[in-house]
Design a protein around this ligand. Sequence first.
Ligand SMILES: Cc1cc2nc3c(=O)[nH]c(=O)nc-3n(C[C@H](O)[C@H](O)[C@H](O)COP(=O)(O)OP(=O)(O)OC[C@H]3O[C@@H](n4cnc5c(N)ncnc54)[C@H](O)[C@@H]3O)c2cc1C
Length: 458
Amino acid sequence: MPGGNLGPSVVLAVAHGVSQIHVDRETGTVLAGAGAVADAVDAAVRRTLGRRLPFLPASAAWCTAGGLVANNSAGAGTFGHGATHLWVEALAGVDRTGESFRLARDGTGEGPLARSLRELAARSTFAHLTADRGVDGLLPGWPRVRKNSSGYALDRFLPSTPDRDPNLMEILVGSEGTLAVVTEVRFRTAPIPDARGVLLLRVRDPGELVSLVMELEEAGAVACEMLGRRFLEISGLNWEGPAAPLARDAYALLLVEVEGSREEVATRLDRAQEVGRRHAGEGLRARSAQEADQLWKLRKAASPIIARQASRGLVSTQFIEDSVVPVPMLGRYLEGLDRILREARFDAVVFGHAGDGNIHVNPLVDVESPDWRPRVQRTLEEVANLVAELGGTLAGEHGDGRLRAPFLRRIWGDRLEGAFREVKEVLDPEGILNPGVVIPLPGQDPLDGLAPRPRSHP
Ligand SMILES: Cc1cc2nc3c(=O)[nH]c(=O)nc-3n(C[C@H](O)[C@H](O)[C@H](O)COP(=O)(O)OP(=O)(O)OC[C@H]3O[C@@H](n4cnc5c(N)ncnc54)[C@H](O)[C@@H]3O)c2cc1C
């Protein structure tokens, strides 16, 4: 993502040389080299085990196993199946000195990095954080979000109680290459459900969206994806095609997926439809696998549709594209966002993982206008303030990168930001791994390197 992966540094390419894929029939896991492409790993698992990786991102056709781990990536299926971190069984890699390490979910760890991680958890900063966990198990000041790829995962790394061991592997998942380089990942796999069902629901306003996603989780939805009003208008979905009657005058559409046996799918779809009926209507239900694919195509068209706007001189620019807030705050987030974008005179396409409170916002920047940069800067500042106020983070799945690192203290507060800095100081004291990513360098400008330009969609 912009300003995220490439800085003025040495580039370490893992796409070639470490892209092996070995499926293990006995354990039902798959060992992937860091450079293996996510879709290829999934295809091997499907072919060999008749199972799948249910958490993959929309970028699975080109992103790598190492990138999945580095960003704690997530996808539409994360609503029902969680993000990457839940699916990593073991990791191997090299630390900043080139020494190898191996870490596993069962708590075992080899190499100097494993020793450093144990020492890290025992330091007073982290021992106090562990001791101060609330009755709900949350670290003090930790956001109540369903998914997150900002900061370091101290919530998962630190033990649940002071007498337990830390979960060494967890701190690396989502650390964006700032603590170590991953060379190999062992993923767990999930069964392929017998059937799935898809339903499209109309949403009349942000408040209704919150009620819907909360009720749909109870109804057994595994995906709950929002297509915002501008998305519907720009794509023409509000005047053409099967979704048009629902999309006309809607605030948004909600794409809901359920899965299970045929009977379970029918029951869950009935329940989801009933939820819709209690709000803005029963919606459009796919009657076959083909119709379900057609409805998903509407959502998957998001990135290409947005990219095409460049032909109108408007460049989709990702700088507030990945905020996540606690689901009950989602309505307030969308309303605040609307106001900020209006005041900054940005048209924007809004869509994403509403069920998880993670919304993708793509302002269409008129790059010929002389004041686009200060308007982008103000928008970023105001969205950061809004997200901090609502108890969210700026990255649900895309990471902090260099763009969001300067907002770390504002989002996480002094204590947690201090703890993140200490993690970096212990594991990469010379700061050679992705400098300026996650932990900002002194005076780091978030927009340094942001250069909106028409991009080709891979
Ligand atoms: C159109 C589009 C759609 C997207 N959709 C989604 C989505 O649905 N969900 C989602 O979560 N993300 C999405 N993304 C973001 C991104 O593609 C994913 O997070 C992806 O998993 C990143 O993997 P990558 O291999 O592309 O990593 P890169 O972009 O190459 O790297 C990302 C970061 O990880 C670090 N890194 C990469 N490999 C390693 C390694 N082996 N060891 C240590 N650090 C490493 C890099 O240094 C960098 O900081 C999307 C991006 C685009 C452009």
